[in-house]
Design a protein around this ligand. Structure first.
Ligand SMILES: [Zn+2]
Length: 58
């Protein structure tokens, strides 16, 4: 599970593994494709999470 800010419904939603539809890439970054509770197809970018963690640690 992870928390994602949906760009369609503009809410932070808890995403369950059952909602994940597969792997995806966006702007050259790899991530997970999933369907939000609102029905919107979203992509959770893995690279962005790594970068954010790196900035937070610095
Ligand atoms: Zn949504």
């Amino acid at each position: 599970m992870f928390v994602h800010h949906c760009s369609a419904c503009d809410r932070r939603q808890l995403i369950f593994p059952s909602q994940i539809t597969g792997a995806a890439t966006q702007d050259g970054e790899s991530g997970l494709a999933f369907t939000c509770w609102c029905g919107s197809e979203q992509i959770w970018l893995l690279e962005r999470k790594v970068s954010a963690a790196h900035v937070a640690a610095a």
